[in-house]
Ligand binder design. Structure first.
Ligand SMILES: C[S@@+](CC[C@H](N)C(=O)[O-])C[C@H]1O[C@@H](n2cnc3c(N)ncnc32)[C@H](O)[C@@H]1O
Length: 201
C-alpha cells in the first residue's frame, strides 16, 4: 500500500539509529561494495535514499530503478541522490512494478512480508538463472549472538512498525529459507544479522 511510511519518513534514520545503532547502515555499506559497477540495479523499498551516495561512490555508471511506496521517502531520496547518478524513481508498490531484473537490491525490506509473499516477490522480479539478489536483512538463528536480546529487540521493532505503518506481519520471516527453497544459495558469508548475495544454485 502507498504512503504508509510517510509519517515516519523524516524520523526513520534516527529511529533506526536509536534501536540498532550504526549496524544497519554499516551492513548496507559493506553489501554495497559487492554490487556490480555497471548495468541495471533494481532497488526495492529503498527508503530515504541514505544508500544512494554510497552506491554512486562505488558504481557511478550503474543505472538504478528505485521503487518505493512512500512519497515522502522518495522526496528525501531525490535530495540525497548525487546529481550525476543515473536513477529513475518509481513511486509505487513493488507489487505494481512489472519489470524483471538480473540484479536486485533489498535492504531491510523483505522482512515486511510473509514468507509466501517473499516467494512471490522473488519469482516476480528474477529475470533468469543469472539473477543475483543483494539482500541485507534481519536473521535470527542458533548462531545469533545475544539471541534473547535480539529476539526482544526485533519483536519490539515489529510492534512499532505494526502500530505506525499498519504492517500486518507479526513475525520475522525466514528470508534465507525462502531464497533457499526458491533455488538460491548464498554466495558470501552470512552473519547472525544479515545475509548477502544470493545466486541461483
Ligand atoms: C524498513 S524501511 C527500509 C528502508 C531502506 N531500505 C533502508 O534500509 O533504510 C522499508 C521501506 O520500504 C517501503 N515499502 C514498504 N512496503 C512497500 C511496498 N509494498 N512497495 C514499495 N515500497 C514499500 C517503505 O515505504 C519504506 O521506505
Amino acid at each position: 500500500m502507498l504512503n504508509q511510511y510517510n509519517k515516519i519518513a523524516h524520523f526513520y534514520t534516527i529511529l533506526s539509529k536509536l534501536i540498532f545503532g550504526d549496524k544497519l547502515h554499516k551492513i548496507q555499506q559493506e553489501l554495497i561494495t559487492q554490487l556490480p559497477t555497471e548495468g541495471k540495479l533494481l532497488i526495492l523499498g529503498g527508503g530515504n535514499g541514505e544508500i544512494l551516495p554510497l552506491i554512486y561512490n562505488h558504481a557511478p555508471q550503474l543505472f538504478i530503478n528505485y521503487v518505493e511506496a512512500s512519497s515522502t521517502m522518495i522526496r528525501l531520496a531525490k535530495k540525497k541522490a548525487p546529481d550525476q547518478q543515473k536513477i529513475k524513481f518509481h513511486h509505487m508498490d513493488v507489487l505494481d512494478y512489472s519489470h524483471k531484473h538480473d540484479q536486485i537490491y533489498s535492504g531491510f525490506f523483505l522482512n515486511l512480508f510473509h514468507e509466501k509473499h517473499i516467494k512471490q516477490i522473488i519469482k516476480k522480479f528474477e529475470k533468469s538463472n543469472q539473477t543475483i539478489w543483494y539482500v541485507a536483512d534481519f536473521q535470527i538463528n542458533e548462531n545469533t549472538k545475544n539471541r534473547l536480546f535480539r529476539i526482544i529487540q526485533l519483536k519490539l521493532t515489529i510492534l512499532f512498525f505494526r502500530l505506525t505503518t499498519q504492517h500486518t506481519i507479526k513475525h520475522l520471516p525466514d528470508i534465507c529459507l525462502v531464497f533457499s527453497c526458491s533455488g538460491y544459495s548464498k554466495k558470501n558469508r552470512s552473519s547472525s544479522f544479515v545475509f548477502w548475495e544470493v545466486l541461483k544454485k
